[in-house]
Design a protein around this ligand. Structure first.
Ligand code: UGA
Length: 437
């Protein structure tokens, strides 16, 4: 199979690497020449476990990387994996995907193949049918469902597990019309992923499934965060014990019930805003989704108020932020709650030092010399009035009394309850745990 992949972010690059490793002839396209060069040299532009290893293996096999769209003219399948960020008003920004699809349309015009175009980028319901399909038909002068296929194929992979999720998805969604292209797509995916359910549905439903999935995950997180704020005010209560117990009820499930500083990243916050915006535009009441978002927006304040309660004025205090990535095993800081916290603390004239095993370079791009970047956990804690654990990096579990030795004031605020079972000198407060009685 000749396969083209447009957009080499973490979704496109993982897919290119996995498909090429499986023996398909894959051409990965990205308009960023520098990024293409880096990838061609076997270097992943993002930190993602197993990605670089899979990429190197794929480059040895049949993966080609280029910024030249015309190379996809012999492709049987073209996956669109470009970003769909959000505008300031929460609406989805489609300019990148429209541009990519125009270029694909021009290729369809000259190709002798009847390719299938898969839309993997997250787009609001109606986009594939009402916007993308007409662009492809206009640019190619050919008819969808006859001379080429177009299928909505949302993805559910998680950063930091991108390779695992690309190889073993929990479901395949194919949205579109029931044509020979759909049959071809179904055969392709069932061969690639044995025993994975394939759901064939209409375009709009496929697009909606993606938003339903992410907004449900966001709902679980806001739910447990709200309970965590209640638990924190009950002596001896522990939100993790509550979560583990309710998680045993199969109707609830144990995943995504880990309380913290709120959900961040490039997907959940953006998709919640886009869904609220879209729901409003079709006249639906989105009060529930808005409450989920509001809970998330306010969660960071519970950390700040815990800090103020213990330190009084924050002005000129040195505070150490442990973890700036939006979750562990990534260097991604997009919409990270840690970045939001640092911005708020800077407004309070706090002196900040940060440590993150992978995300310091990205953090520097935002804060420059406004904060101090430490190469190690212990140097970050040196002379600090308080430390806040924001990202659940495994190595923070190793924090001991020795690590706290040089702190000015041994105050730890743990937004992930990583040290809850340890006996530490000094004061320890965790989100979701009531004071010991
Ligand atoms: C999310 C979805 O989980 C993927 O299924 C989806 O494909 C992806 O968005 C996307 O739309 O591309 P991701 O952004 O990688 O994946 O991150 P998650 O693992 O969902 O975590 C999001 C945030 O929620 C993180 O800040 C994490 O710390 C937080 N979180 C997660 C919690 O606070 N508690 C939890 O129990 C789980």
């Amino acid at each position: 199979m000749n396969i083209g992949i447009i957009g080499l972010g973490f979704v496109g690059l993982s897919l290119s690497s996995v498909l090429a490793s499986k023996g398909h002839a894959v051409i990965g396209i990205d308009t960023d020449k520098k990024k293409c060069l880096e990838i061609r040299n076997g270097k992943s532009p993002i930190y993602e476990p197993d990605l670089e290893k899979t990429l190197k293996n794929a480059l040895k096999k049949s993966l080609k990387i280029s910024d030249n769209f015309s190379l996809i003219k012999n492709c049987d399948m073209i996956f669109v994996t470009v970003g769909t960020p959000q505008k300031i008003n929460g609406e989805i920004e489609l300019s990148m995907i429209k541009k990519a699809v125009k270029s694909i349309g021009k290729i369809i015009k000259i190709t002798k193949k009847n390719p299938i175009i898969f839309i993997k980028s997250t787009v609001i319901p109606g986009t594939t049918k009402k916007i993308i399909l007409p662009i492809l038909e206009k640019e190619s002068g050919k008819t969808a469902d006859k001379e080429f296929g177009i299928i909505s194929n949302p993805e559910f992979l998680q950063e930091s597990n991108a390779i695992r999720d690309t190889k073993c998805p929990h479901v395949i969604i194919l949205g579109g019309t029931n044509t020979k292209y759909m049959k071809r797509a179904k055969a392709f995916f069932s061969k690639m992923h044995h025993n994975v359910p394939i759901i064939i549905t209409k375009y709009q439903t496929a697009e909606m499934i993606k938003y339903a999935n992410n907004s449900f995950l966001a709902t679980k997180i806001s739910f447990i965060n709200q309970l965590s704020n209640i638990c924190q005010n009950i002596p001896d209560a522990d939100v993790d014990d509550v979560a583990s117990a309710i998680g045993l009820d199969p109707r609830i499930g144990k995943l995504f019930l880990s309380a913290g500083p709120g959900y961040g990243g490039s997907c959940l916050p953006k998709d919640m805003s886009a869904l609220i915006n879209f729901g409003g535009s079709v006249g639906a009441d989105t009060a529930f989704l808005k409450a989920v978002k509001k809970t998330n927006d306010e969660q960071i304040n519970s950390i700040i108020s815990l800090m103020k309660k213990r330190l009084g004025s924050l002005s000129n205090k040195k505070i150490t932020i442990l973890g700036t990535a939006f979750k562990p095993n990534t260097d991604d800081i997009r919409d990270s709650k840690s970045i939001e916290l640092i911005k708020k603390l800077l407004k309070n004239k706090v002196k900040i030092s940060v440590y993150d095993p992978k995300a310091l370079e990205n953090t520097k791009r935002i804060f420059g010399n406004k904060i101090v970047y430490s190469k190690s956990l212990t140097s970050a804690l040196d002379k600090s009035h308080a430390a806040i654990i924001m990202t659940q990096w495994k190595q923070f579990e190793l924090i001991s009394n020795k690590s706290l030795h040089n702190m000015k004031n041994k105050l730890i605020i743990d937004s992930r309850r990583m040290l809850a079972k340890k006996e530490l000198d000094g004061e320890y407060y965790a989100i979701g745990i009531g004071e010991k009685r």
